[in-house]
Design a protein around this ligand. Structure first.
Ligand code: ADP
Ligand code: NI
Length: 221
């Protein structure tokens, strides 16, 4: 199979696998990440097949929806790519993207890095901020039956990964706990540039949100 045939087969597979996914993690999320990844890759030195397959397969079995099991995604992607006879070297690079894309950074050193992971991670993070990011956050919050906002519940900026996963905080808190912090974690120049605009849009959204909520409310910063 050539590049285009592998990509077409993967698109068909991912669409089928994600047909009943929650709206923020559906095929359209994958489609946006794929497009952003190609855009970023145009200014980077990277293996485009690995970038595209990584973008297409990165959420194939998110552990959030599989009882925390981190191995379902890598296993499914490996089986699928082997069925297309994709070279083992490419499969390994793609599986590493799936494994390490959600790495939170912080003080710990990343266990794996690659130019292709850097690109797909930026593309995925871009889709979590800006207008799309706002839509996805409230969609996810609704899916989890979270409050939109509660002036009495302040964001917690030092949640561990486990606490963060279990958190039932209002969706506005997620902006402070995660979304507003993403622009400083971008890996590539193109990613940083795109993130700046989306970040400013979220700040404007929050200003307007508090204004509409009423004059006496506590504002988070
Ligand atoms: P990643 O898979 O890139 O680590 P997540 O799966 O945690 O990121 O988030 C995917 C989408 O779901 C993002 O748009 C994110 O904002 C949203 N999301 C995740 N957790 C929450 C939450 N607690 N409240 C609102 N939105 C959330
Ligand atoms: Ni994603």
């Amino acid at each position: 199979m050539n590049h285009d045939e592998i990509i077409a087969a993967t698109v068909a597979y991912v669409k089928e696998e994600l047909r009943s996914a929650e709206g923020g993690h559906d095929w359209w999320h994958i489609n946006r990440v794929w497009n952003n990844a190609k855009l970023i890759a145009a200014s980077e030195e990277a293996d485009l097949l690995v970038v595209e397959l990584g973008a297409l397969l990165h959420d194939i079995a998110d552990s959030k929806f599989h009882d925390g099991d981190e191995e379902v995604g890598p296993a499914r992607a490996t089986a699928f790519l082997e069925s297309l006879q994709v070279p083992p070297r490419v499969i390994e690079a793609v599986v590493n993207i799936i494994r390490y894309i959600s790495f939170k950074g912080g003080n710990k050193k990343a266990a794996y890095t690659s130019p292709e992971l850097a690109i797909v991670q930026d593309a995925d993070r871009l889709d979590a901020i800006g207008a799309i990011g706002i839509a996805r956050a409230f969609n996810y919050g609704g899916f989890k039956n979270r409050a939109i906002y509660d002036p009495g519940i302040a964001p917690n900026l030092s949640l561990t990964k486990e606490e963060y996963k279990k958190s039932t905080a209002p969706t506005i808190n997620h902006f402070y706990e995660k979304l507003l912090r993403l622009k400083d974690r971008m890996n590539t120049a193109t990613g940083r540039q795109l993130a700046a605009e989306r970040h400013a849009y979220m700040e404007g959204f929050l200003e307007q949100f508090y204004k509409e909520w009423g004059g006496f409310t506590q504002r988070f910063h």
